[in-house]
Design a protein around this ligand. Structure first.
Ligand code: MG
Length: 378
């Protein structure tokens, strides 16, 4: 229910009225939220999901995404995406589709801004190293770590630990962390953010890899989806200057994926007769690309895996980063006095090994390298 203290100027809608007017019957409405762990009164004019978005945006783990690599490291220049700019691109694409499908944009935005917040330094290489360090302690996963950040590590509010996000945002992330034990389908908003994540990295990793010179657009044209995209661009823009080909192909690659998901899902949702969130969660329907595009994306991802993610330059960065994380982990276990006071205190509750893992996971790439230098060469 909305608070009685809500501010409502004459002629303006409350967030609940706006959602009722705009959202599809299968969209998650904030008035139907299962709420927060620590009960709080509603905000006078922001919906609960808008508040979640703002809490995520203002937390320190979110800001540190700017210093964490997505695929390419800061040593390779400053053109490519960081974990933060990737997150923004996901949020932008997810919101576009959410609005078109009349899903809850505020929830989608909160989920998108939250989805990668648990990433440690050095991307998946860092995650793999921390997972090895913590094998006997349940391992490490960035999806699970996002929940620890949101529920325990961010200390910013007087009334509760963590960010006290709504159950829908936490559950959506929980499904990312544990895809096995899911009884109901995720909310459509959660499914959409997953689809937007995939659209985003397929397009921007292609862009970054070519811009960084790891491969050429001609080499990428071995992939049918890229070849078809280049053809579409050249057919539409006959006098396109050569230097605009790559960015134009990337725009087209985003547009055709977004349009495919919108057309495919819009049609299926329209035909399905789904009339509630509950029906959507019981349905076999999933938000994502058409079967044809899914196949083309898998080919592109296979190519990127072989030719970009396993490029010798990246393997070298990953190998160095992983060795550093292992060394730091071991050293901090032996010298817990090097841990910041908050993590020393936290080790009394969660154990030293977990606390060291959480401390390292919070580092940016640059801070991690600085700490390594200070610990071993200082
Ligand atoms: Mg992502």
């Amino acid at each position: 229910m909305e608070s009685k203290d809500r501010i409502l100027l004459p002629g303006l809608q409350s967030f609940a009225e706006r959602e009722t007017a705009l959202l599809a019957p299968y969209a998650m409405r904030s008035v139907d939220s299962a709420g927060r762990k620590h009960t709080e009164p509603d905000h006078p004019y922001r919906s609960p999901f808008q508040r979640d978005r703002d809490r995520i945006l203002h937390c320190s783990a979110y800001r540190r995404l700017s210093g964490k690599m997505q695929v390419f490291t800061g040593d390779m220049g400053d053109y490519h995406r960081t974990r933060l700019t990737h997150t923004h691109e996901v949020a932008s694409i997810a919101r576009t589709v959410a609005r078109a499908l009349r899903l809850n944009e505020d929830l989608v935005e909160a989920l998108a801004l939250f989805h990668d917040i648990g990433h440690p330094p050095f991307g998946h290489a860092g995650e793999d190293a921390l997972n090895e360090c913590l094998t006997d302690d349940g391992g490490f996963s960035h999806n699970q770590h996002a929940l620890t950040i949101a529920e325990e590590l961010e200390i910013r509010y007087a009334g509760f630990p963590g960010l006290n996000l709504t159950a829908e945002v936490l559950d959506g992330q929980g499904i990312r962390a544990d895809k096995e034990n899911v009884e109901l389908q995720p909310l459509l908003e959660v499914q959409l953010v997953d689809a937007a994540d995939s659209i985003t990295y397929d397009a921007h990793d292609t862009d970054d890899a070519v811009k960084l010179g790891l491969l050429t657009l001609d080499e990428l044209a071995e992939v049918p989806l890229v070849a078809a995209t280049i053809l579409r661009v050249k057919k539409r823009l006959t006098n396109l200057p050569a230097e605009l080909l790559r960015p134009t192909v990337v725009h087209e690659l985003i547009d055709l994926q977004v349009s495919d998901v919108f057309r495919h899902c819009g049609q299926l949702l329209g035909q399905s007769g789904i009339q509630s969130v509950q029906e959507a969660r019981l349905a076999s329907f999933r938000i994502g690309p058409s079967a044809e595009l899914a196949e083309q994306k898998a080919e592109l991802e296979g190519f990127l895996y072989e030719r970009v993610y396993r490029h010798p330059n990246l393997i070298q960065v990953r190998t160095v980063a992983q060795a550093r994380l292992h060394e730091m982990f071991t050293h901090l276990l032996e010298h817990p006095e090097w841990l910041p006071k908050t993590f020393q205190r936290r080790s009394e509750r969660v154990g030293l090994r977990c606390s060291v893992g959480e401390y390292i996971a919070g580092m940016t790439d640059r801070y991690c390298n600085e700490q390594y230098e200070a610990l071993f060469r200082g």
